[in-house]
Design a protein around this ligand. Structure first.
Ligand code: NAD
Length: 416
């Protein structure tokens, strides 16, 4: 039988497994299995050639028991409501596992930003905010960038929101440019948080990371910073990276600057001087000390999990491993730093951004990184202890920590 790769079905399956271990009250389980609210809307955009194109947009507020919903907005041609639901669920567990006072949400638009002119992209971004403006805010739901959205898009959305409401409220959106109240360290934050968990996992497993090899799938915001920071902070040798067009390898280690410059010039990592081409699927099965999926969902599945040859996996992407693959990896003794723990650095620094916006007082990058390290390291050890205590894999361990916290907030509010 082929695997069900619907991300929301997978998110629900993962929750079901954790709630069985927790022996969670069935009413609570039923409540946590579905989003609390979701918005589906049309965004009409005046295109440069004079016609109006209508895009579909979504915003899901999965759970806000622990604080305002929090989560990014993706612009993607294959966006679906179920992807947004799954990502909103994972945001709920993510904010809980790092114990910041936020809930989980996510948004998306079905579009290919590469087909849009800068003017069309701005009108689409403003249109998205017009559609959700009355449902978001510092105390309700705080969006951020995700796949194919960036600080400029956040700036347009902030401006649209403030134009509608008539007051300045920078904390309504995070991942903003520094000039509009963005936080130092937000760009690399997701990768930086992942680097701290990789360091802790290596200590836990007794692996020396100096010169250890690493392969990274994806060379976007997260994958490119992960390449840089794994080399600069952990002293690792990143031997392979890839993007949607294919991968590259150099057994002696890749030069981050050379790959970035080549990507900037050509739009692809393939062809970077002093590298050999590598198929994307082959990157995942390379013999390396650390494997980092940092691209999209469903990359490690029942069909390749038995071929993975790494000492551990650090999931910087959301949902890169299917439940069937999780079981195979667990049986083979390959530990995973699960996505909503490993990639929680972005939302943690987004939370710092909201705090700084509230006080209008801004911290230096080294203070951001120190605070991020403290929260990520604590979350990592909470998860490892829970997984060890309950004799479950780290993903279930992370669910146990997070679901306990969310369920307790729901119970205290008297909702269930
Ligand atoms: P991005 O759009 O900047 O980069 C995505 C990268 O993946 C690109 O290099 C793209 O070419 C590559 N890619 C796409 N399809 C691929 C395929 N089939 N095979 C190999 N590579 C492919 O996105 P990002 O912000 O770097 O996000 C990457 C992942 O990290 C996503 O799963 C995202 O949800 C997750 N994430 C991002 C953040 C953040 O702060 N940006 C936070 C948490 C989680």
């Amino acid at each position: 039988m082929s695997e069900n790769l619907n991300p929301f079905t997978i998110a629900q399956q993962q929750l079901d497994e954790a709630t069985a271990v927790l022996r969670l009250n069935p009413d609570m389980h039923a409540f946590l299995r579905e989003p609390m609210r979701e918005f589906h809307f049309s965004i009409p955009v005046k295109m440069d050639d004079g016609h109006t194109k209508t895009f579909r947009g979504f915003r899901v507020q999965y759970n806000d028991a622990r604080g305002p919903a929090k989560g990014g907005i993706r612009f993607h041609p294959h966006e679906t409501i179920d992807t947004v639901r799954a990502l909103a669920a994972w945001m709920t567990w993510k904010t809980a596992v790092v114990n910041v006072p936020l809930g989980g949400g996510k948004g998306g638009v079905i579009c290919n930003p590469r087909d849009l002119s800068p003017g069309e992209l701005e009108r689409l971004s403003r249109g998205y905010m017009r559609a959700i403006a009355r449902y978001v805010g510092l105390t309700q739901d705080v969006p951020a960038p995700d796949v194919n959205t960036n600080p400029q898009i956040m700036a347009w959305m902030l401006d649209e929101y403030e134009t509608i409401t008539g007051h300045r409220e920078p904390g309504v959106i995070t991942g903003k440019p520094l000039e509009l109240g963005g936080s130092a360290g937000r760009g690399p934050a997701t990768a930086m948080g992942g680097i701290f968990t990789i360091r802790e996992m290596a200590k836990h497993l007794g692996i020396n990371l100096q010169g250890a090899t690493c392969a990274i799938q994806g060379f976007g915001n997260v994958g490119s910073f992960a390449t840089k920071l794994a080399t600069e902070i952990l002293g690792m040798k990143v031997i392979a990276v890839s993007d949607e067009f294919g991968g590259i390898i150099n057994q002696h280690g890749l030069d981050y600057q050379a790959v970035s410059q080549h990507l900037k010039r050509t739009g692809k990592v393939e062809g970077t001087p002093n590298t050999e081409p590598l198929a994307n699927e082959d990157l995942l099965t390379l013999k390396v000390d650390v494997l980092i999926p940092a691209a999209i969902e469903n990359q490690i599945t029942a069909s390749n999990a038995d071929k993975i040859q790494t000492r551990f996996i650090a999931e910087l992407a959301n949902g890169p491993t299917t439940p069937a693959a999780d079981n195979i990896l667990y049986d083979r003794g390959i530990p995973v730093i699960p996505d909503f723990l490993c990639n929680a650095g972005g939302v943690t620094v987004s939370y710092f951004e909201m705090v700084q916006n509230s006080y209008q007082f801004y911290w230096e990058e080294n203070m951001i990184n120190e605070r991020l390290d403290a929260l990520m390291s604590k979350a990592f050890h909470d998860v490892i202890h829970m997984a060890g205590d309950k004799k479950v894999d780290n993903r279930v361990g992370a669910y146990l920590v997070a679901v306990n916290r969310v369920a307790e907030a729901v119970r205290l509010r008297g909702w269930v």
